[in-house]
Design a binder for this molecule. Structure first.
Ligand code: CP3
Length: 341
């Protein structure tokens, strides 16, 4: 039994005294203790060493006491396991030297045995569960197939992922082939993560908002729906699509336990679009953490009032930025714990 199960209760839609809180990318570069480990070990060493990954995962929990931990890892371990070279270049971000641009490239992509290729992730989960000592739940995650395709085809981060979109629109058969391979791998991977101890999973569709509503259905949402269907009975699924407010109506009917919302969609609009019955997660503008702590607290209380304390998980609308002052992150978490309706 998990001692603080607020997060899991919110996912079930139960009535709570206050909503649970965690932050996307909470294990990261705004923490000095994270930077100390980053100085000594490169990115994928940190991901692949269970002792390091589990330590980084619990760092923000020790400091701030969030209601859920999220495993330190990356969405790009999936293409890596599929025989696509992925590098993490310092001060640049992800770099894939052999981007996928043809059906032949797609044919060379492997659907791996995830129990072998990604064993280090499950070992990290087990090590993290020991450190968490049943205090709070652990979230596992994966990128959406579309967001993974973006990196596989573009070869790096991008403002508009134009090459990824060009590939989909000029070679849709190859694109769907690739999306299905990523989907199959992701489903097997998330099931193993739950087996290893994750209490819930989140699918990050970070670049879903690059697509028009019609293209979103074709190239992103149908694959996320497959993941949600396959995980039914294993663990609650949170679907987060950045910039995807237009799809919230379909998402609400998907069987997901909760939906992530970014800060460009108001609480009222998100509740309206989703029919008012599903748990929502979000949506504080990450840049707003630069505001003075007293202002952050006021805004968080207003946000809880706007979403309502039930069927709600307090979070940012995207990942925390590297240069956020420590006491500002603390104000965000404390504001939720101090909330008194
Ligand atoms: O939430 C957590 O703290 C868990 C850790 C986590 C990381 N990546 C660690 C990381 C999570 C949940 C991710 C997911 C991820 N990775 C996403 C989806 C979420 C989102 O932010 O949209 C995406 C798009 C990626 C791909 C990725 N990884 C990029 C674009 C970058 C470079 C830019 C950046 O944000 O730094 C990474 C590297 C990365 N992943 C870092 C961390 C802490 C920073 C690099 C480092 O530590 O050396």
């Amino acid at each position: 039994m998990i001692k603080n199960d607020l997060f899991l209760r919110a996912l079930k839609g139960e009535t709570v005294n206050r909503p649970p809180v965690w932050m996307m990318r909470q294990a990261g570069r705004y923490l000095p203790e994270f930077m100390a480990i980053k100085e000594k070990y490169d990115f994928f060493t940190r991901c692949q060493t269970p002792e390091l990954a589990s330590e980084i995962t619990v760092q923000p929990i020790r400091r701030y006491g969030m209601d859920a931990a999220i495993l330190f890892s990356d969405i790009l371990v999936i293409p890596q396991a599929m025989n696509i070279e992925v590098q993490m270049k310092p001060n640049f971000g992800p770099y894939l030297p052999n981007p996928i641009r043809s059906q032949k490239d797609v044919d060379n992509v492997v659907v791996p045995d995830v129990t072998v290729e990604l064993d280090y992730v499950y070992q990290a989960i087990k090590a993290t569960k020991e450190k968490l000592n049943n205090e709070i739940p652990l979230i596992g995650f994966a990128g959406s197939p579309w967001t993974i395709l973006c990196y596989c085809v573009q070869g790096q981060g991008s403002k508009n992922f134009d090459k990824a979109k060009e590939f989909c629109f000029t070679n849709p058969v190859a694109a769907h082939n690739l999306l299905q391979k990523i989907t199959d791998t992701t489903i097997a991977y998330l099931k193993e993560k739950v087996k290893a101890g994750c209490n819930a999973v989140q699918v990050f569709d970070s670049w879903g908002g690059m697509l028009s509503p019609v293209d979103y259905q074709e190239f992103s949402w149908q694959y996320i729906q497959q993941i949600i269907d396959a995980l039914k009975g294993d663990a609650p699924v949170i679907a987060f699509g950045k910039g995807c407010w237009f799809a919230l109506g379909d998402m609400a009917k998907s069987g997901a336990s909760a939906l992530g919302v970014d800060w460009t969609c108001s609480a009222q609009n998100a509740r309206y679009l989703t029919g008012g019955n599903i748990t929502l997660q979000g949506n504080f503008d990450p840049t707003r953490l630069f505001s003075p702590p007293a202002e952050i607290k006021k805004m968080v209380h207003q946000m809880i009032t706007d979403f309502g304390k039930d069927k709600y998980i307090v979070n940012l609308g995207h990942g925390i930025l590297p240069n956020i002052p420590l006491d500002h992150a603390k104000a965000f978490i404390d504001a939720v714990k101090e909330y008194n309706p």
